[in-house]
Design a protein around this ligand. Sequence first.
Ligand code: PLP
Length: 384
Amino acid sequence: MCIYRLGSEHIVYLDNSATTKPCGKAIEYMNKALSENWGNPSSLHTMGLNAELVLNDARACIARSIGAKEQEIIFTSCGTEANNTAVMSALSRKSRGNRVITTAIEHPSVLETVKRLEKHGFEIIYLHPDKAGVISLSELENALNDSTVLVSIMLVNNEVGSLQPIAEAVKLTKSIAPNAIFHCDAVQGYGKLPISVKKLGVDLLTASGHKIHAPKGIGFLYCKSGVRITPFITGGGQEKGMRSGTESVPLIAALQGAVEELPNLSKQLEIQKELYLYAVSLFSKCDFIKINSTHGDMPYVLNISLIGYRSETLLHFLESRDIYVSSGSACSKGHKSYVLKEMGLSDREIDGALRISFSRYNTKEDIDLLYAALNDAAKRIRKA
Ligand code: PLP
């Protein structure tokens, strides 16, 4: 059973798309960097060099995890910063064209940033998903033209877990819009699906530490050699001038620890798929539950609706049983889910939506506890 200690309580944690529990190696590497290698990696003396060695080792490990070169990894403070950097780099390509293509179901760190590009005169085209939360390649094909300078499409949606056809989308983009760079927000896929930047063909890719059992406050942007982007944060020229600010060696070391502790991703995916299908089979027995995630390709996120109930009431009921899920994405607190709306769900279905998101630490017992609690909730909670 996935039981953590939170103060003195035992909890079943099923909100891993919001954040994950830091793993042993992440904490160990972070503590070591904090207590032993706390120098500034840019300093020329031994203490600086020691910190730089930790930084270099982490960079090499993280580059290997996506099949990239070390110099292609830019450490950032989070996935949001990496997404902002990638999207705003369209500014430096404005002389080549002003079209930017993204999807209507991206994370706000992309959607809010393309709105800023709009103010700079860019034309933003939003691709819409089908009922399964997957964008259509023919819609992308129609949207691409000579003046397209950036395409930004996420790998895995954070609310429903739909997997987007990135490799195919990159091929289309490169054949129709040679001036465009392709960015992929892989925050919900990195550390769960095997990722090869070469196979995907992307120019830029975002990942975040706290979704893979590293602490919050660390992410990275993969930037393919030869692809020019504009630094978002300027200053002392760290990260080859692409992201100034003294690198947080402890957090970067922690990310390395989390990456080293990852299991074999293909094998883990099979285990996770079994758990996901087990949950789907249980929830399908209930006539008051509708399953909104139709794909088991990315079996870490399962979105369901309890028709006639309010998700916030359900969330607090579950919390009273020490079961933690989300009423949508953690970033959209209190707002109706635009992702579910885009997928064509009714207001009633959206109002009763819950996001269950797994980590490798979850078990069938967790699902059983959730299932029993949801059945109990349906009996005890007055319908909205
Ligand atoms: N992109 C996606 C798809 C996410 O789910 C999130 C966070 O939930 C982010 C970006 C932002 O990452 P961070 O929390 O590291 O800023």
